[in-house]
Design a protein around this ligand. Structure first.
Ligand SMILES: [Fe+2]
Ligand SMILES: [Fe+2]
Length: 479
């Protein structure tokens, strides 16, 4: 901080030949305890203060007295310049025990441009010191934050010179901050780099996947820096993480899914079944309880196929839990019923945004169940148990015909649970967890919308059970 930031330009000045009494009058009017004596070129030649005037007048009182006869001459005056640092000015005040210092234009000119008072300089100096301390503290905190980040962080200025390179960036790139800071960010391509584009457009770019030379994939954010909220971009902050593992996992998962789909396709009796399932859409919707309508929010292409795959996944989990060991639960019958159960389903042709009454737009389940059972029976020669499970998979137990084979009831109950869970997985992207105790099955379903969350308890043998809202939290220790 320099003197010119606290320079006072309004001061009492007098010509050398001015009458002492006149000057005293002016100083009194202005409430000033000192006056400066300047020549015709405004150059400082001397100075008077109230104490020097007082001492002089009491000894040599005369009406003709002029200022130059009593002023402190320039050679005895301490002065500073507009570009003198506050610290130096403070030293001068302390060393010479003065209250005011005149400020001269430069080291080559005696022209007086103003003065500084000890009081003002002290105030500015203290504020300045406080500000420096605050800035140091902020800088220290900012550095601690930068050092603690898991994300790599690189800051480049407007000339693409690297100004920051945090420890995480060192680990991720294998480069040393001391070798990079002060160097220009390299761009071997002939096209402008993303950093250059962000610098020129001022538009941030997030989650840019960047393949490194060693094959790793980084996810990079580019955010423009602006000075004090202005539009002018002064640099770009790059933050990045290594997402190679996640990327590899994604590839593995999609491969696993492809393999699963292929394996499932092998279980299908022919391409007609696959075609039918893949051409039947499912819909995601929002329910309006006041109007009893639904609004279509998404079309799930191939939803029929996905639904059957999800049924098989849940069935596989139940198998692992040992449910297929129960008497009355036949795994082969269950799998066959899953594959054929919705084959006769016909979905309405709806678009996203359509609002419909479910009962009007969608056919009641018992009808496609009947058609699917006939198709499985007549075209694919499925055995009676498979056909019965399919035919009655939308019937409540009260609706079942009197001659429904009782040995199939546990399997029908299990089938309906699987069908419902798969619908939750397919249409609501729900998270389902389950546990079993003998023939008792407990299912937890957690949905994006908590109102659909539920806990279902069912005894497969007796059909007794309950369904309660889950309250949005899955119990611990549940498989
Ligand atoms: Fe169905
Ligand atoms: Fe179904």
């Amino acid at each position: 901080m320099l003197v010119n930031s606290c320079l006072e330009k309004d001061f009492v000045k007098a010509k050398p030949e001015a009458s002492v009494f006149e000057v005293i009058e002016i100083m009194k009017e202005r409430g000033s305890s000192c006056g400066y004596v300047v020549n015709s070129k405004d150059e400082l030649v001397g100075m008077i203060t109230s104490s020097t005037i007082y001492g002089f007048i009491t000894d040599n009182l005369s009406v003709d007295l002029t200022i130059d006869q009593m002023m402190i001459p320039i050679k005895e005056i301490r002065y500073v310049y507009p570009d003198t640092g506050l610290k130096n000015v403070m030293d001068v005040f302390t060393k010479y025990d003065v209250k005011y210092l005149p400020v001269l234009e430069s080291a080559y000119s005696f022209k007086m441009v103003g003065f500084v008072s000890h009081k003002e300089i002290l105030k500015h100096y203290m504020n300045w010191q406080m500000q420096i301390q605050m800035e140091n503290l902020q800088e220290k905190r900012a550095r601690e934050i930068l050092n603690s980040l898991n994300e790599g962080l690189i800051v480049v200025d407007k000339d693409l010179i690297i100004r920051e390179f945090n420890p995480a960036a060192e680990i991720l790139t294998g480069l040393k901050a001391q070798d990079r800071i002060g160097k220009r960010s390299s761009n071997i391509s002939s096209k402008p780099s993303i950093t250059e584009i962000v610098m020129s457009t001022g538009q941030a770019r997030y989650n840019v996947e960047t393949q490194m030379q060693d094959g790793r994939v980084f996810l990079v954010n580019y955010v423009p820096m602006r000075h004090n909220g202005s539009d002018k971009v002064t640099g770009v902050i790059q933050t990045f993480t290594d997402m190679t593992k996640i990327k590899t996992l994604q590839v593995q998962l999609s491969k696993t899914k492809e393999e699963l789909d292929k394996a499932f396709a092998l279980t299908l009796p022919n391409s007609k079944v696959e075609y039918k399932l893949k051409s039947t859409p499912e819909y995601r919707d929002e329910y309006d309880s006041d109007k009893s309508t639904i609004k279509i929010t998404e079309t799930i292409e191939g939803g029929g196929y996905l639904h059957v795959v999800n049924c098989l996944k849940v069935a596989a989990d139940f198998n692992e839990m040992g449910l297929m060991k129960l008497i009355g639960i036949n795994k082969d019958t269950l799998v066959e019923a899953i594959i054929f159960h919705d084959l006769g389903k016909s979905q309405p042709n709806l678009k996203v945004g359509d609002v419909v009454t479910p009962e009007e737009a969608f056919e009641e389940g018992i009808f496609h169940a009947g058609r699917s059972a006939d198709l499985a029976d007549k075209f694919y020669g499925k055995d009676e148990d498979v056909v019965n499970i399919i035919r009655y998979h939308h019937h409540t137990e009260e609706m079942l015909p009197k001659d429904f084979p009782t040995h199939l009831l546990p399997l029908l109950r299990l089938f309906k649970v699987i069908d419902g869970l798969s619908a939750a997985l397919t249409r609501r992207s729900a998270k389902v967890t389950y546990k079993s105790e003998g023939s008792r099955l407990i299912v937890f379903e957690e949905n994006k919308h908590p109102k659909y969350n539920r806990v279902l308890e069912l005894d497969l043998y007796t059909g007794r059970g309950s369904e309660k809202p889950l309250g949005g939290k899955i119990e611990d220790g549940v498989n």
